[in-house]
Design a protein around this ligand. Structure first.
Ligand code: SF4
Length: 331
């Protein structure tokens, strides 16, 4: 992603990464802001400007560093070097937090965040796992900041704890030779290409994501597969059946032997629907009155009976095509 303009808090130029970005993007306009959380000229834009706003980059410092306990792959969700994203998945969870302002924000005070991570990892009696990518896509972010190339060696230079992050992108080559020491869990999100093309706008293709996952596993990273979100579009059984057959042919034997699986059904909302109708008028409407619970201005989930049917179908497909890969949870 090459930004069309940059909004920045002046303080960022006091940090090495802030200066690096200033040099890297000297050719685009830099607009001073008071706070990355309050950019009035963007907040007042119409929903139809959503895709245009995704081309901006916002640079600030992270002020809140509160870890949130988590019971899935990680022990804690850690606010890290970015939030938001320049891709445009129609269901993106970030839209619930940031609404139409879910553009990519970078936080340049990474030394402070790393110091806290290392302190938390080394002072705990148990080996803890920290999810550093729950608010953005760090593989995409790395193409702008090289933050993963900075983070992985810095974290593994001390002896305790694990890092994990999910992605929908394939630009992993700069990560392959890093000294991860088996303490980084790389999780690739996979969906049928038809869903990627129509719904996960601006992300890497299925073929490239599978290649990236195979490469990371070969490079000795611990790996997982996120089937997330499962979207029950028309013909979902046919689409997902073909998808699993394709995965059986293209995932490496090492991935099939070592990876774990997470399955998450799509959650949608009034806010997504309102933004998507104006920003992407020709895209499919992911809301279904018959198939979803929730009405009005809240969140929408698949009806329990459909979800149960979906879960049995997925478990069967996975067992038939990918063998006995462990499924950590289904939500
Ligand atoms: Fe959101 Fe992830 Fe898609 Fe980016 S890649 S828009 S963070 S769901």
């Amino acid at each position: 992603m090459y930004p069309d303009k940059i909004y920045y808090e002046p303080d960022v130029l006091n940090y090495p990464l802030g200066q690096e970005l200033k040099d890297k993007y000297a050719a685009v306009p830099w607009i001073e802001i008071e706070s990355h959380n309050k950019i009035d000229e963007l907040r007042s834009n119409e929903n139809s400007q959503f895709a245009n706003m995704k081309r901006h980059l916002i640079i600030g410092t992270r002020k809140t560093h509160k870890y949130v306990p988590n019971q899935k792959v990680s022990d804690y969700l850690v606010p890290y070097t970015s939030s938001g994203c320049s891709a445009m998945c129609l269901y993106c969870y970030l839209v619930c937090n940031y609404n139409k302002c879910s553009y990519l924000r970078l936080f340049v005070n990474r030394e402070k965040m790393m110091e806290r991570l290392i302190k938390s990892a080394s002072s705990s009696e148990q080996e803890l796992t920290f999810e550093i990518g729950s608010n953005s896509d760090l593989v995409l972010e790395n193409t702008i900041t090289n933050n993963l190339e900075w983070t992985i060696p810095a974290f593994t230079a001390q002896p305790r704890g694990y890092l994990t992050f999910p992605t929908k992108f394939d630009m992993v080559d700069p990560l392959l030779d890093l000294p991860h020491k088996g303490r980084v869990i790389f999780r690739m999100s996979l969906n049928p290409q038809e869903i990627i093309s129509k719904i996960e706008i601006g992300t890497s293709s299925l073929k490239r994501r599978v290649q990236a996952l195979n490469k990371m596993c070969d490079a000795g990273y611990k790996v997982g597969i996120l089937f997330a979100p499962i979207i029950l579009v028309d013909d979902w059984k046919k689409i997902y059946t073909e998808f699993f057959t394709q995965l059986a042919d293209t995932l490496s034997d090492k991935v099939k032997k070592e990876a774990f699986i997470e399955i998450i059904f799509m959650t949608y909302s009034f806010v997504h629907r309102a933004i998507n109708a104006e920003a992407f008028p020709s895209s499919p409407d992911l809301y279904s009155k018959e198939n979803m619970t929730g009405r009005g201005r809240g969140k929408y989930c698949y009806q329990t009976s459909l979800r149960t049917e979906g879960e049995s179908f997925l478990r069967e497909q996975i067992a038939d095509t990918l063998g006995d890969m462990p499924i950590l949870y289904v939500v």
